[in-house]
Design a protein around this ligand. Structure first.
Ligand SMILES: NC(=O)c1ccc[n+]([C@@H]2O[C@H](COP(=O)([O-])OP(=O)(O)OC[C@H]3O[C@@H](n4cnc5c(N)ncnc54)[C@H](OP(=O)(O)O)[C@@H]3O)[C@@H](O)[C@H]2O)c1
Length: 345
């Protein structure tokens, strides 16, 4: 196929906050699908805090190598196909990376290519029915195990994952305290997502506010941020609390994991007989269908609203990843590079 494929390659391991110069833009010819392969033109890219780890060191996936296309999930359209199961015009999702086009036989680097469910938008496929929504569902229900009447604290509460956690916990009959950066985000967390309260960690003492809002202690902590925000929750645990270690974005720009600050009040886990457990959503892949059904039901019942932050422009891809660490996004961070439906071959 004629045309140009734009690709952002990893140019350097970032030091601190990601810079545009950590990546290099390159143009190559659009690849041709061989026997059993198909060509996808990507339309929407997903941005996830874990990408900061992928370019720094080996995590649950090997680090992206210098000179490789940056790893990322996305949605696209099949343009040309020699594969019996994928037809030109079909919308699909997979790990297509920071590039316009990708040839695949159906397996991308870290996930199989999947057709979008009928009626599901690209934003929903990458957000509420994608990694962040499923992380919220399985992390909260399988590890946090909240029951009606529990008090649940959610950090990163205006983000893609946290905002869904807030609403699932509310639907399960819990009292929900969100934590987010700034008055506008906190207003969204209470007024739209429906949390009972939201603590603005930029202007309030988080530990004192949790204590005032949950004098009998917190039963479930859904932790997206780590550091001092996690410590504030650990100071306020109820007996037999469950602390879900989903993420720790406040430390992702540290040079290596050993630089992360320790968790000072960890003995409160002992005193309150509590449990703190991490998880990686990819381990739930065999149960994704179950999560999608549960989240669809909440949407249909009007109990789950989503927010998407859709940026534009291929040249803005590195800056869009940075938005997550600058707290600029509300809800799921995406970037649109093409508008489906696209012409097919
Ligand atoms: N375990 C898993 O399988 C899994 C899967 C997906 C995501 N995660 C984790 O879930 C968390 C949320 O991910 P997401 O994709 O939903 O991102 P997100 O919450 O939509 O976006 C990141 C948010 O983090 C907050 N933030 C950034 N730097 C911060 C800092 N230094 N201190 C406090 N808050 C900061 C910002 O919100 P404010 O403006 O409120 O500060 C920002 O909007 C991340 O930790 C991610 O790694 C884990």
């Amino acid at each position: 196929m004629s045309g140009t494929n734009r690709r952002w390659l990893l140019a350097a391991r970032p030091q601190g906050m990601i810079k545009d110069s950590d990546f290099r833009l390159e143009e190559t010819p659009v690849p041709e699908p061989g026997p059993g392969e198909f060509l996808v033109r990507q339309t929407h890219l997903s941005f996830d805090p874990t990408q900061r780890g992928w370019i720094a060191f080996d995590t649950y996936l090997p680090a992206v190598k210098i000179g490789e296309v940056m790893r990322a999930g996305g949605v696209g359209q099949v343009i040309k196909s020699n594969h019996p199961a994928f037809k030109p015009g079909q919308m699909v999702q997979g790990g297509f990376g920071w590039q316009d086009y990708m040839v695949t036989a159906g397996q991308t680097e870290f996930m199989p290519v999947q057709p979008l469910f009928p009626g599901v938008t690209p934003e929903q496929a990458l957000g509420v029915f994608g990694v962040t929504g499923l992380t919220a569902w399985f992390g909260l229900t399988d590890i946090g195990k909240p029951v009606a009447g529990d008090t649940v604290v959610v950090s990163g509460a205006a983000g893609a994952t946290g905002s869904v956690v807030v609403q699932i916990a509310k639907a399960l009959g819990c009292k929900v305290i969100g934590i987010a950066g700034g008055a506008d985000k906190c207003k969204w967390v209470t007024d739209v997502a429906g949390a009972d309260a939201c603590i603005d960690y930029k202007s309030e003492n988080v530990a004192e506010r949790i204590k005032a809002l949950a004098p009998k202690g917190v039963n479930v902590v859904f932790e997206n941020v780590g550091g001092e925000i996690l410590e504030a929750s650990l100071m306020n645990l109820a007996l037999r609390a469950r602390v879900v270690l989903c993420g720790g974005i406040s430390g992702y720009n540290d040079a290596n994991p050993a630089d992360a600050k320790g968790i000072r009040p960890y003995m409160n886990l002992t005193v309150t007989r509590s449990r703190m457990e991490g998880f990686i959503v990819l381990d739930y892949a065999p149960r994704y269908g179950e999560g999608v059904m549960a989240l669809s039901k909440l949407i249909a019942e009007g109990k789950l609203k989503t927010a998407d932050d859709v940026q534009h422009g291929f040249e803005n891809i590195p800056a869009t990843l940075r938005r997550l660490f600058e707290g600029k996004n509300l809800g799921k961070q995406l970037l649109k590079i093409a508008d489906p439906p696209l012409p097919v071959v």
